[in-house]
Design a protein around this ligand. Structure first.
Ligand SMILES: Cc1c2[nH]c(c1CCC(=O)O)Cc1[nH]c(c(CCC(=O)O)c1C)Cc1[nH]c(c(CCC(=O)O)c1C)Cc1[nH]c(c(C)c1CCC(=O)O)C2
Length: 349
């Protein structure tokens, strides 16, 4: 059976600058704990990372939301923290606590990281990508992803989640040479990781910089814009036709230099970005994606309908992909996601 060219898929067309009515849609964390079938598969798999490294089960959980809601894109089921896990800093996920790593201690710990281990260690993830490329519906596009160096570095330096990123900032501001080496290692590993996903069948990639919004302007340029620009350049050198989406969450006004200077094809907007500003300032430059508040999806009803229509009216007149401003939260009722999907698909402009 021959599959349609990537370029005929609505999601890819929107990323390449077409205005489509209704817009294509997918949702960050569309596979996850809000779905009972995900919770069942996860229990079968053992731990969360065991699920990420189990190709048949990772394919299954990637497909689960598509079966219910028919999104225009599937996102590989994995995690941004498989990269540190692969290059020599093991990661574990404790139930209810999130990710846990032994924090990087010093220069020697940074020097010991080894991006050449990535290809072997992440073989199961590439197998999942290949499996998905053959299993998703033919009009659905497959998204690969990685975490941005800044966000991944925060987990590596803090040893897990953080409230104020004080230790990471201490490294970035107080030991910039050491921190630069860490970021350079992550640029190399992330670019290689994305290229391998594309080689195995990913048709677009998203770079998640979830904690981009905590840096002052100068440091934002150095630790967010510059590394993402270098990753994008490396991906585009090898795969010029594959769209790259950047997600500098909570970057505020810095979305504009990010859009101008990184070379990405699209930016994913967080919930706080004003819609008119995005339509006037960002959309003439590139495709925008976003930005429904995940809590509006949790609440549902009239509030959800109103919020969805407001986004569609404002951003739907230009190149646009409907999404959330951040990931779906676990208590979200699945029927609210169905309501959202119907509302987007019924949009007539
Ligand atoms: C910061 C970050 C992480 N992971 C990710 C980010 C960037 C996006 C964001 O800001 O949310 C990215 C990610 N994580 C996951 C995906 C899969 C694809 C999808 O969007 O459906 C993607 C793209 C699965 C996951 N990643 C995780 C889960 C939950 C694990 C479980 O089943 O218990 C899923 C479905 C775990 C995870 N992974 C991470 C944390 C902090 C946690 C714990 C918090 C939580 O439990 O929700 C790191």
């Amino acid at each position: 059976m021959s599959r349609p060219a990537t370029d005929s898929k609505r999601f890819i067309r929107a990323l390449k600058g077409e205005t489509l009515t209704p817009p294509p849609f997918w949702l960050m964390r569309q596979a996850g704990r809000y779905l009972p079938e995900y919770r069942a598969t996860r229990t079968d798999a053992g731990g969360f990372l065991d699920l990420c490294y189990n190709p048949p089960l990772a394919v299954e959980v990637t497909l689960q939301p598509l079966r219910r809601y028919g999104m225009d894109a599937a996102i590989l089921f994995s995690d941004i923290l498989v990269v540190p896990d692969a290059i020599g800093q093991p990661v574990s996920f404790k139930v209810g606590e999130g990710p846990c790593l032994t924090p990087l201690a010093d220069d020697a710990a940074v020097d010991a990281l080894d991006p050449s281990r990535l290809k072997d260690h992440l073989k199961p993830v590439f197998e999942t990508v290949s499996g998905l490329a053959g299993a998703i519906p033919e009009t659905t596009a497959l998204i690969g992803f990685c975490g941005a160096p800044w966000t991944v570095a925060t987990y590596m330096v803090e040893g897990g989640g953080s409230k104020d990123y004080a230790r990471t900032k201490e490294w970035a501001y107080g030991h910039p040479q050491r921190f630069q080496r860490l970021i350079d290692t992550l640029v190399e590993a992330s670019a290689e990781y994305l290229c391998l996903q594309i080689e195995h069948g990913a048709e677009a990639v998203q770079i998640f910089d979830s904690w981009a919004g905590v840096l002052p302007e100068e440091e934002f340029r150095r630790w967010v814009i510059d590394p993402i620009r270098r990753i994008t350049e490396r991906v585009k050198d090898r795969y010029p036709g594959v769209p790259v989406i950047g997600f500098p969450r909570q970057a505020g006004l810095m979305y504009l230099p990010f859009a101008r200077e990184t070379g990405v094809d699209a930016v994913s907007l967080d919930t706080m970005i004003p819609l008119d500003w995005a339509a006037e300032t960002l959309q003439p430059l590139l495709t925008v994606q976003g930005n429904l508040d995940p809590i509006a999806l949790l609440v549902g009803g009239d509030h959800l309908d109103h919020a969805v229509d407001h986004i569609l009216k404002t951003l739907g007149k230009g190149p646009f992909v409907f999404n959330l401003g951040h990931g779906i939260v676990p208590p979200t009722p699945p029927e609210n996601v169905a309501r959202l999907a119907d509302r987007i698909r019924g949009w007539k402009g």
